[in-house]
Design a protein around this ligand. Sequence first.
Ligand code: ZN
Ligand code: ZN
Length: 172
Amino acid sequence: MKRILVLTEVELPSDFPGQVEHYLDNLVTVEVRKTNFEGLKSQFRDVRRGQIKADELLDYLEPRVRNYEGFDKIVLVIDDDGYVQGLNFVFGVAKIGGSLALVFTKRLRGEQTLYHTRILKEVLHELGHSFGLDHCPNPRCVMYFSNTITDTDRKGPGFCERCIAKLHTLIR
Ligand SMILES: [Zn+2]
Ligand SMILES: [Zn+2]
């Protein structure tokens, strides 16, 4: 059983850990802790763009959180906007097979239930990458690449049959 720690700046519903576990077919256990990333955000903010340099933050933090308290994966839910070189913005970032995932919530905001569902989808998507999944061509699958928030609203939170089967071989 893989252990996932979600560190979040956004208040998440009490069933959030159970939701993540459910959509990952209970191959994982999830713990959520509320925190803030003010220091990190000011350190990695591109002042001109007003956004967080997501790839640089990921590269900086990944080796520092590896095996943190015995967790297999760490997810940071950052209440801000992120970008990577060459893209106007990203909803999240994670490396294929990495141990850290970042999710940025600024462009996910909306009515509360919708907001929480969007965060759930992006957390599952980035975790999918961290467990080794690539993007999926099925627009209903949570591993579909979201270019816009409309893509995010159409997909998931579930993994398609092919992706969930692959996850079972990847997670153990
Ligand atoms: Zn992706
Ligand atoms: Zn899929």
